[in-house]
Design a protein around this ligand. Structure first.
Ligand code: ATP
Ligand code: MG
Length: 397
C-alpha cells in the first residue's frame, strides 16, 4: 500500500481573531506557500484551523518543508500525518501499515480520536479503541498509558479525509509574519538584540534592522557577524533589510569635546535620533532594542528616560524584564547564541567611560550636546547609510 503523507500546521492565536481572522490566516498561508515553493510542488491551504501542506509528487522535500514550517510564527503545532479515505477499514489498514515504524522503540501510547464530521458512524472513543487494538496487535511490547503516554497517536476524521499521526512538535507560536506592522530593530552583534527582534517578529511585526558601525574602531569582521545574525533571524522572518550607518565621526567628536562620564549616553542619543529618522524614511512605526533594565549603565531607568525622550515613536524593549540567563535561553532556542558570543567589538564598547552616568540629568546631557554641532553630525552620519537585503529563500526578492 502506498502511504500518502502530508504536513499539518495547527493555527495558534489566529483562531482567537474575530472579524480580522481572514487577514491573519491569509498572512500565514502566504508565508507557508512561499516557503513551500522552495521545497517542491506543494498544495497549501487553510481549513478547520489547520494549514494543510500536501506534496504533489515524489520529488517534494518533506523533511525540509517540515523544518521550515516549524519556524513560521502563527503556528503552535506541526506534524506529519498519513491520509486515507474516511471509512474504518481504510483507517485501520493505514494504521497497520503506518504506525509500527512511527512507534518503533516506544514503550507507551494512547490514541486520541477527533471527529469533525459528526455523521461518521463511529464515535471518537470507539475509533480510539479500534485503533488502539490495531497498535497493540502490530507493535511488539508497547502498552497503553492514558495519563502520560510516550506518544499520542491522533486519528482525525475531517471533511474530506481521515488523518493518522504519531505525536506533534511545537510550532514557533505567536502571530503570522507581517501581520502587525513594521518596526526598526537596533541590531548590535550582542545576544540581546536578535532576541528582541525575534520576540517582536513573533508578535507579527515585520522587522527591519539598523546597525551602527564605527570603522576603523570596529572591524569588518564585526560587521560580518551582524550580517550573519541577520541571516539567522531570517530563518524566522524570511526576509530582512539591514541598514548600516557609521558613527565614527560622532564618536570622535564626543571623545574630543565632551565629558567622559557622558560618552555612552551621548552616543545613544545620536543612535536614537538617527534610528527615528531612518524608521520614518522606511515606514517603520516603532523602534525595537535589546535593552534590559539595569543590565548596564545606559539601561537604568534614568538613562532609558533620557534616550526615550529623544524620539517620538514608540520604543519597544521586549527583553526589558528578562534576566540575562532567560535571554540566553531564547537565543539558544532561536539559534543566534553561538554567533552572538563570537568576540568582536561594538561601537558601544569603544571609548567607553570608566564611570558612566547611571543617573544622568537631562539638563547636563543637553549641556554636553551643546558642545557639538549636532545637526551637522547627524546629517553627515545619515549620509553614510547603506542597505542590504537578507533572505533565506530567493523567491522573496
Ligand atoms: P546586545 O543587547 O545586543 O547584547 P549589548 O548588550 O552590548 O548588546 P548595549 O550595548 O547596551 O547592549 O546596547 C543596548 C541595545 O542598543 C542593544 O540591544 C541594541 O538594540 C542597541 N545597540 C547597541 N549597539 C548597537 C549597534 N552597534 N547598532 C545598533 N544597535 C545597537
Ligand atoms: Mg544588552
Amino acid at each position: 500500500m502506498t502511504i500518502n503523507e502530508v504536513i499539518l500546521c495547527k493555527y495558534g492565536e489566529v483562531i482567537l481573531k474575530g472579524a480580522n481572522r481572514a487577514t491573519f490566516e491569509a498572512a500565514l498561508i502566504k508565508e507557508l506557500r512561499r516557503r513551500a515553493s522552495h521545497y517542491g510542488l506543494f498544495e497549501v491551504y487553510g481549513k478547520q484551523s489547520t494549514v494543510f501542506i500536501i506534496p504533489k509528487n515524489d520529488e517534494c522535500d518533506m523533511d525540509g518543508m517540515y523544518e521550515a514550517a516549524k519556524r513560521v510564527f502563527g503556528i503552535v503545532g506541526v506534524n506529519r500525518a498519513a491520509v486515507c479515505d474516511k471509512n474504518m477499514e481504510s483507517i485501520k489498514a493505514l494504521a497497520r501499515e503506518y504506525l509500527p515504524l512511527k512507534l518503533l522503540g516506544k514503550k507507551t501510547f494512547k490514541v486520541e480520536a477527533k471527529r469533525s464530521d459528526k455523521r461518521f458512524p463511529l464515535k471518537s472513543p470507539e475509533i480510539s479503541a479500534e485503533i488502539g487494538g490495531v497498535i497493540l496487535s502490530t507493535v511488539k511490547g508497547i502498552r497503553v498509558n492514558v495519563h502520560s503516554p510516550e506518544v499520542t497517536v491522533t486519528v482525525e476524521v475531517r471533511d474530506e479525509h481521515a488523518y493518522i499521526r504519531a505525536g506533534q512538535e511545537p510550532g514557533a507560536g505567536g502571530l503570522p509574519p507581517r501581520s502587525a506592522g513594521r518596526g526598526l530593530l537596533l541590531l548590535s552583534g550582542g545576544i540581546d538584540s536578535p532576541v528582541a527582534g525575534l520576540m517582536m517578529a513573533k508578535r507579527g511585526m515585520e522587522i527591519e534592522a539598523l546597525h551602527f558601525e564605527s570603522f576603523p574602531y570596529t572591524s569588518e569582521r564585526a560587521l560580518e557577524k551582524v550580517m550573519d545574525l541577520a541571516s539567522l533571524m531570517c530563518e524566522y522572518t524570511s526576509k530582512m533589510y539591514v541598514h548600516t550607518i557609521s558613527l565614527t565621526h560622532i564618536q570622535e567628536e564626543i571623545r574630543d569635546k565632551c565629558t567622559e562620564d557622558y560618552f555612552t549616553l551621548l552616543l545613544r542619543v545620536f543612535m536614537m535620533r538617527l534610528s527615528e529618522r531612518l524608521a520614518k524614511e522606511y515606514k517603520c512605526s516603532a523602534l525595537v532594542t535589546g535593552e534590559s533594565l539595569g543590565q548596564v549603565a545606559s539601561q537604568t531607568l534614568g538613562a532609558l528616560g533620557v534616550t526615550d525622550a529623544e524620539v517620538s515613536i514608540p520604543v519597544f524593549r521586549p527583553c526589558i524584564g528578562l534576566d540575562k540567563e532567560e535571554i540566553i535561553t531564547y537565543a539558544r532556542q532561536y539559534g543566534t547564541l553561538e554567533t552572538s558570543i563570537l568576540p568582536y567589538e561594538d561601537c558601544c564598547t569603544v571609548f567607553t567611560p570608566r564611570h558612566p552616568k547611571t543617573q544622568p540629568k537631562p539638563e547636563l546631557v543637553a549641556a554636553e550636546l551643546a558642545k557639538l554641532d549636532v545637526d551637522a553630525l547627524l546629517e553627515e552620519a545619515y549620509a553614510t547609510k547603506k542597505t542590504e537585503v537578507k533572505l533565506i529563500y530567493p523567491e522573496y526578492r
